[in-house]
Ligand binder design. Structure first.
Ligand code: SF4
Ligand code: SF4
Length: 346
């Protein structure tokens, strides 16, 4: 039982912080059209700073660390970082573009509970074009390698469905089945926020430029038809959770693009990310989630000084009623129901 986490779900105050997403680096070895992360930020948190942070997080009830970036596997001391969190006995998940899995999977044997690999195309041509680097084949080899190691983690594919790949929805599901991963999940492209390095205005306008990623009205209708077909064909895969989202949830992706075109309201979101999690960047900034602005820096204040500052408590209260505009248009929500929090399901 986790009564503190249960209380978090009702309150602007954090009694504990069970989930932390840590960007171990903001350097990346791909060149996605929708993201400007390329080189590491100057002054990344050092291993000893991360060690100190791991103790502070443990003291505040950390249960699950999710490594993100940039590309975490690019960081040379990433294995040492994982050892720090293994010592405090928390669940570890890796979000990766998969390019270095083939080379480094063995090194991480037994470390991760889950590896989530991003794929933007169901074929090499589409994926490589959207990701800016010939990486598709190497990523599939990396997935196979990760599945073959002794203590193989759960492996998931995550795909951003957008204008240039939505017609491959069947193909993505078939690919996931062929690769033997445990599940596949889909989300819409975030074209509105400054996340994913899009405080870089050039990349931001490139990503949101009409016709680049978002679907026009005809394409929205086409996507709805494809989702309907998929829901008929893959009934078992939906029922088993192999496809993470329900058909209704997939329809929300079409509705999101329809809302961007001004036709309907954005689908109603439910999210309590700031109540149960925090995002920490490679230079120690702390955010309520991937999208909302930072509320401090861990080089200036300790974690437990920041986690209940007046500004984040105010943010939590406003997220609770989905007040921020970003929340209304968000593509990547996190909702831990109070009961799941009580049962410590992080
Ligand atoms: S979206 Fe991910 S894989 Fe692509 S450039 Fe950005 S950090 Fe790298
Ligand atoms: S809805 Fe999105 S922007 Fe709002 S708190 Fe949740 S993750 Fe952040």
């Amino acid at each position: 039982m986790n009564f503190k986490a249960f209380l978090n779900t009702f309150s602007g105050k954090a009694y504990t912080m069970p989930v932390v997403i840590l960007y171990v680096t903001e350097g990346c070895n791909l060149k996605c059209l929708s993201c400007s992360y390329r080189l590491p930020m100057p002054g990344e948190l050092t291993l000893s700073e991360i060690e100190q942070l791991s103790r502070e997080l443990k003291a505040f009830g950390l249960k699950h660390i999710v490594y993100s970036g940039g590309e975490p596997l690019l960081r040379r001391d990433f294995r040492d970082i994982c050892s720090l969190f293994a010592e405090i006995k928390v669940k570890q998940t890796l979000l990766t573009n998969g390019l270095l899995l083939l080379k480094r999977a063995e090194e991480f044997n037994g470390v991760f509970t889950e590896i989530i690999v991003s794929l933007d195309g169901a074929d090499a041509e589409t994926h490589n074009r959207l990701r800016g680097v010939n990486s598709f084949d190497l990523i599939l080899e990396g997935i196979a390698k990760s599945r073959s190691i002794n203590a193989a983690p759960q492996i998931s594919i995550r795909t951003v469905l957008q204008k240039q790949n939505f017609r491959q929805l069947h193909g993505f599901i078939e690919l996931a089945k062929q690769t033997g991963v445990n599940r596949i999940s889909f989300l819409a492209a975030d074209v509105q926020s400054e996340a994913y390095g899009r405080d870089n205005l050039e990349v931001r306008s490139q990503a949101s430029e009409s016709g680049t990623m978002t679907l026009d009205n005809n394409e929205v209708q086409e996507l709805k038809k494809i989702i309907y077909d998929v829901s008929q064909k893959y009934e078992n895969e939906f029922a088993s959770g192999f496809i993470s989202e329900s058909p209704e949830k997939l329809m929300h992706i079409a509705d999101y693009y329809s809302a961007i075109n001004g036709n309907v309201e954005f689908p109603r979101n439910f999210c309590n990310a700031p109540m149960v999690s925090a995002v920490i960047t490679s230079t120690g900034d702390i955010h309520p989630c991937f999208f909302l602005p930072k509320y401090g820096n861990l080089r200036e204040n300790k974690f437990n000084e920041l986690i209940n500052s007046a500004s984040i408590k105010k943010t939590r209260s406003s997220v609770k009623v989905m007040e921020p505009d970003r929340c209304k248009k968000c593509v990547c929500t996190l909702f831990i129901p109070p009961r799941a929090a009580l049962m410590d399901r992080f």
